[in-house]
Design a protein around this ligand. Structure first.
Ligand SMILES: Cc1cc2nc3c(=O)[nH]c(=O)nc-3n(C[C@H](O)[C@H](O)[C@H](O)COP(=O)(O)OP(=O)(O)OC[C@H]3O[C@@H](n4cnc5c(N)ncnc54)[C@H](O)[C@@H]3O)c2cc1C
Length: 619
């Protein structure tokens, strides 16, 4: 437990929990071995869980602290990634973990999203910085798959799926962060149909690296006479090395790394300033054939990217929790609290102290609840694929739930990640603040999740401004209806009944707050909405998490009752007890806050906008 060598794996995941979610709570078995998942049965799913976890512990985990300590270097205009990253990249693509959900038509395995979400959790939990590179490449390839011309698909998809080429997403500019519409990178059409690109993008993840033979940048730029704002943005494919007609790599394109950022965390991921067309020689091609489609194209892909960030959040939080749990069992300090006045009482492991147990259960409940939300969302995505073209009403219900849950997974998953990591440091005490243990890195790494891919306020505004009213409010009604159905069916449950009552109360408060938000728009009080949006997103997430934890607890109780007595059932009995206690803790100690939040929201506090700029401080 002491000072670990940086190249040691510290990643941990609980595979029993993953199997519970997939098979016992979300019934993945119901959609396996049939279209479109003909090739996937329970054995294949279990094999992927075991092998991908093993891969993450053996290959990516040992590079996590190394990536953090060594970081990326810019040498002669090229980025050098930390030692071991290039070999790991090769092994990752050889193993096929990055192409699990890719369609078999493009060299993938067509796995269910529910499974891919768990494998992605392993990859990011073992090494969040490393997994940025293939993550961005995957996102860029998916975009070309959806919107590229057949010629573009033929040229780019194969090499990007095999890891021969990487990829990036270039939106941000110095004056255009959240305000993407302010982008000023330009694209000038050439006689041959290609475009000359000029501009500077900042904060580009994987903007340069030495992992792949080429990097395919997807960048937003504005063609001449395009409308202002987001409506006038087009998306361009800009390879680092030009591609010859026969598909081989040609000369260098005019894309250069200006600098790399020195950051708080994810130091193994290069974050670059990219200069396009400094020498007027940057050639790109439009994605598809129609200009000014950049934002709708990006939007189509944003769901996936935002879910991935939520997964990063739960991934890092989970390994922080499991490491803290290990430490708490090992570290001895002080007597049992019932003997605190007795200096001769034996010292106990810190896990015996009530406050440490409280922190551990708090982390467990949040991690498992958010993971359940991630898998719930992924299960909706799988259902869309199952019902598409067969039962439109069901497909549209599931797609509506995907749309509604994305901002919750992204924003709540990332906010809570940082908080769980911070709690993990607290469990360790001073040791957690040192680099001898992994939790300080987890905490630094996790902070970015609430910032990129749209800050969490952008997610909250997406939820209250777009998603609540989407489909005439039907998606929200269906979500609230699903929870109401669970409450009604279980309010008299012998053990969980009182906890379900808590959920009922929070559900009612949430519904009332949703109505209040919608009514503000009609009452000329729309300026209150941004002040309340983050709070509302948190309320809705906590209701969703409590619902899924209680649903899991109900299943756990049923399963526990069927276990054999004695040692044979002991491990499963403890596991199921953990599900029940996590749900009980969340319902009793976190959920009541939702009602208070609803009350606060109703106070219509405008002090943050009433205060003058000068009044914030006199300096
Ligand atoms: C490590 C790292 C990796 C990144 N990777 C990529 C990448 O690969 N590709 C890419 O394109 N970008 C990338 N980014 C950029 C990232 O997406 C932006 O940092 C993010 O979108 C926020 O933009 P900003 O930093 O300019 O902050 P700002 O937009 O200046 O926001 C600052 C604060 O103001 C708030 N704010 C801004 N506008 C509004 C508004 N209208 N209403 C209310 N509040 C507002 C924000 O919520 C935030 O709290 C990365 C950033 C980092 C740090």
């Amino acid at each position: 437990m002491s000072n670990a060598h940086p190249a040691q794996n510290r990643y941990k995941a609980d595979l029993r929990e993953m199997r519970f979610l997939l098979f016992e709570q979300f019934h993945l078995g119901e959609i396996l071995s049939q279209a479109p998942f003909e090739a996937w049965g329970p054995d294949e799913v279990n094999m992927v869980l075991d092998e991908s976890y093993k891969f993450c512990c053996e290959v990516l985990g040992p590079l996590n602290a190394v990536g953090d300590r060594v970081g990326c270097r810019l040498e002669d205009g090229a980025v050098k990634t930390p030692p071991g990253f290039k070999e790991a990249w090769g092994k990752l693509y050889e193993a096929g973990w990055k192409t699990l959900s890719v369609s078999p038509d493009h060299g993938g395995q067509g796995a269910p999203h529910s499974l891919t979400a768990i494998v992605e959790e392993f990859l990011s939990g073992a090494n969040a910085a490393f997994n940025m590179y293939p993550g961005l490449a995957f996102g860029a390839a998916e975009l070309i798959e959806h919107f590229g011309t057949p010629e573009q698909q033929a040229v780019f998809l194969g090499p990007m799926a095999s890891g021969t080429w990487g990829g990036t997403m270039c939106l941000t500019e110095p004056h255009a962060g959240s305000d993407v519409g302010a982008s000023s990178t330009t694209a000038t059409k050439q006689a041959d149909g290609r475009y000359l690109i000029r501009g500077t993008k900042i904060f580009i993840s994987g903007g340069d690296h030495d992992l792949a033979d080429n990097i395919v940048h997807l960048a937003l730029a504005r063609v001449e006479n395009a409308p202002p704002g987001t409506k006038g943005l087009s998306l361009f494919i800009i390879p680092k090395l030009r591609i010859n007609a026969d598909g081989t790599l040609g000369e260098r394109n005019d894309v250069n790394v200006g600098s790399i950022e020195h950051k708080m965390g994810i130091n193994g991921s290069s974050t670059c300033v990219l200069n396009f067309g400094e020498s007027d020689g940057c050639l790109g091609e439009l994605v598809g054939t129609v200009e000014n489609q950049g934002m709708p194209q990006m939007f189509r892909m944003m769901n996936g990217a935002r879910i991935s960030v939520g997964v990063q959040g739960v991934a890092v939080a989970s390994t922080a929790y499991l490491n803290a749990l290990d430490y708490a069992k090992d570290r001895k300090q002080g007597p049992n609290y019932t003997q605190w006045k007795d200096p001769t009482a034996p010292r106990v492991s810190i896990i015996q102290h009530p406050d440490v147990r409280r922190m551990l259960l708090d982390m467990k409940a949040r991690v498992e609840g958010i993971r359940a939300l991630v898998v719930k969302l992924a299960r909706h995505q799988d259902a869309v694929r199952v019902f598409q073209g067969k039962d439109d009403a069901k497909a549209s219900y599931h797609q509506g739930q995907v749309d509604l849950l994305v901002p919750l997974v992204k924003a709540y998953g990332s906010d809570q990640s940082f908080r769980v990591c911070e709690t993990a440091i607290q469990v360790y005490g001073g040791a957690g603040y040192t680099k001898d243990y992994p939790v300080e890195q987890y905490c630094r790494d996790s902070k970015i999740f609430s910032i990129y891919e749209g800050t969490n306020h952008i997610q909250a505004m997406d939820l209250v401004g777009r998603k609540l009213g989407q489909a005439g409010g039907k998606n929200l009604q269906a979500f609230l209806g699903d929870i109401a159905g669970f409450c009604k069916a279980n309010e008299k449950h012998a053990i969980l009944g009182p906890l379900v009552k808590e959920l009922e109360g929070a559900h009612e408060a949430l519904g009332g707050s949703a109505m209040r938000l919608l009514s503000w728009s009609h009452q000329g009080k729309a300026s209150l909405i941004p002040l309340a949006a983050n709070r509302f997103l948190e309320m809705m997430s906590e209701v969703a998490v409590a619902w899924l934890l209680l649903e899991g607890a109900k299943i756990a109780l049923e399963k526990a009752a069927t276990l054999p007595e004695g040692d044979a059932g002991a491990k499963d009995r403890a596991f199921y007890e953990g599900k029940r206690q996590a749900a009980a803790y969340f319902a009793r100690s976190v959920l009541p806050k939702v009602k208070l939040d609803a009350e606060i929201l109703g106070r219509e506090d405008t002090s943050p906008v009433d205060i003058s700029d000068e009044a914030f401080a006199s300096v």
